[in-house]
Write a protein that binds this ligand. Sequence first.
Ligand SMILES: Cc1cc2nc3c(=O)[nH]c(=O)nc-3n(C[C@H](O)[C@H](O)[C@H](O)COP(=O)(O)OP(=O)(O)OC[C@H]3O[C@@H](n4cnc5c(N)ncnc54)[C@H](O)[C@@H]3O)c2cc1C
Ligand code: FES
Ligand code: FES
Length: 480
Amino acid sequence: MIRFLLNDRLVSVEECSPSLTILEYLRTTEVQRGTKEGCASGDCGACTVVVAEPDGDQLRYTSLNSCITFVGTLHGKQLLTVEHLESAGELHPVQQAMVDWHGSQCGFCTPGFIMSMFALYKSGDAVNRASIERALAGNLCRCTGYRPIIDAALSLAGKGAEDCFSEREVDIYARLQKIREEWPSGSLKQGDRLFFSPTNSDELAALLQSHDSAQLVAGGTDLALGVTQQLKQPGVLIYTGLVKELTDIEVYDDHLLVGGGVSYARLEPVLEAHLPAFSQLLERLGSLQIRNQGTLAGNVANASPIGDTPPVLLALAARVHVRSGNRCEVIDIDQFFTGYRQTALPDAGFIEQIEIPLKADYRLHVFKVSKRLDDDISAVCAAFSLKVEAGIVTDARLGFGGMAATPARALKAEQALIGQRFDEAGIAAAQAALENDFSPIDDVRATGSYRMQVARNLLLRAVLEQNNDQAEPLEVVQYA
Ligand SMILES: Cc1cc2nc3c(=O)[nH]c(=O)nc-3n(C[C@H](O)[C@H](O)[C@H](O)COP(=O)(O)OP(=O)(O)OC[C@H]3O[C@@H](n4cnc5c(N)ncnc54)[C@H](O)[C@@H]3O)c2cc1C
Ligand code: FES
Ligand code: FES
C-alpha cells in the first residue's frame, strides 16, 4: 500500500497498475480534471502538479510532469493540483496574478502554468525574469502568448511565499513524517504486476534479485515514455527515490559521490560550486519539471548516445559504483557503455553512486548544440577536460555525445592534442583526427557532416574560451 496526502486528505492505494501515472489517477480515480493532458511525454507542461516532501526541517515544493510520473512515487508525499490553490473562496496570489495580467485565453495550458508559478512562489527563490524563465520553460502556451504570463509572474516579485499553505505547513510536515515513520516502504499491486518503494540499499538489492523482470524507476523521465508512448506495461517496478543510500551527495576534496536517486535539481547547486561548466549544462537539460525528477544515474543507465551527461562523465573520468546482491564493484565510465543502449551493469544490478573526480589543475569545457535553447535534445554534446601547462596540452579527455552509437571518447583526437600548443594551429591535427574517431549518422536532429563540423568547431571554441575567459562557457548554436 502507498499513502500520500492529496492536499490535506490522506489517500491510501493498494490495488492499481504499477504504471498508473499521477495524471491518469487524478483525472479518472479522483475525477479532478483541472490537470490537463497535452502531450503525455513531458514536453508541454499542461499536466504540471506540485509535490511537497520533507527536506530537513521544512517542506520542499517541486513541480513535475504528472503525465510521466507514476502514482507509486507519491508514498509519503503531498500532491497539490490547481484545484487545491484557492482557499476560503479566495484565489491564490498566483491565480489572481494570472487574472489581473490577462495570462489566460483558451485556458488549456493555464493550470500547468499556475502550478509551475506556484512552485516558484513556494521555493523561496527571488522572483525575477531569470527565475521565471527557468520555472516556465517547460510550459507551452499556444494562444495567450508569453508576455502576459511572464508579466503575471513578475508581479509576484517581492511578495514572499506566505499563503494558506504556509499556515498548514507544520501540520502537513508532521503528517508526512508520520507516514514515513509508520510505513517506511510503499507498494502497489495489480494481479502479478507490482510496484515497490524500498527505503534502503539492502532491500533494493533483495527485491531486484527476487524479481527477474523488475525494472528500476528513478525520475521515470525516460522509462515512463515507454508506457505513455509505446503502451508498454512493465511487470515489476522498483522506485529508487526513497532509498536512503541513493539520495545523498557526498563532497570530498578530490571527488563527489552522487547517489543513484539524486535529482538534477538537487545536484545543480553542488556542481555549481565545484564544476560550474557541468552545472550550466544541467540548466539546458530538459525543463525544470524534468530536472526535478530526472537523475544522473537514470541518464547513465539509459545509455542513450545523445544523453547529455555521459560525455561530461567520460571527460571527467567518472566511476560508476554498482551493486548486485551483496557484490559491489566500481566500473570506470570508459568501460560502462558497451553498445547501443547497452551497459556493463550486472544482472539484478543497480547504480548506487556515481563518483566524479575533482581536479584543480584541469579545465572543463562543456557544449550542448541543439535547435532550441530550452528543453531540447542535443544534436552534439561535447565535454573536454584539459590540462594545459605553459600553453601546451599535457593531458586531455574528450567526451562526445551524438557522434557514435554510444557516448564515447575521441581517443585519436586526444592523442593528437597532447603535446601541442592549445591554440588554433595546435588543435588542427586533433580536429582532423576526429574523422578517424567517429562516423556520425544523419538523423532528425542533424546530418553526419554537420555533426562532424560542429565537433571540430567545438575544439576551436574551447581554445577561444581558454584564451579568452570573457567568452561564454556554454554556447548554443542554432541551425536551420
Ligand atoms: C521532456 C523531456 C526532456 C528531456 N531532455 C533531456 C535532455 O535535454 N538531455 C538528456 O540527456 N536527457 C533528456 N531527457 C531524458 C531523461 O530526462 C534523462 O535521461 C534522465 O536523466 C533520466 O533519468 P530518470 O531518473 O528519469 O530515469 P528513469 O526514467 O527513471 O530510468 C531510466 C533508465 O535507467 C534505469 N535506472 C534508473 N535508476 C537506476 C539506477 N540507480 N541503477 C541502474 N539503473 C537505473 C531505469 O531502469 C531505466 O532503464 C528528457 C526527457 C524528457 C521526457
Ligand atoms: S501532458 Fe505534456 S508534459 Fe505532461
Ligand atoms: S491559453 Fe490557450 S494554450 Fe495557453
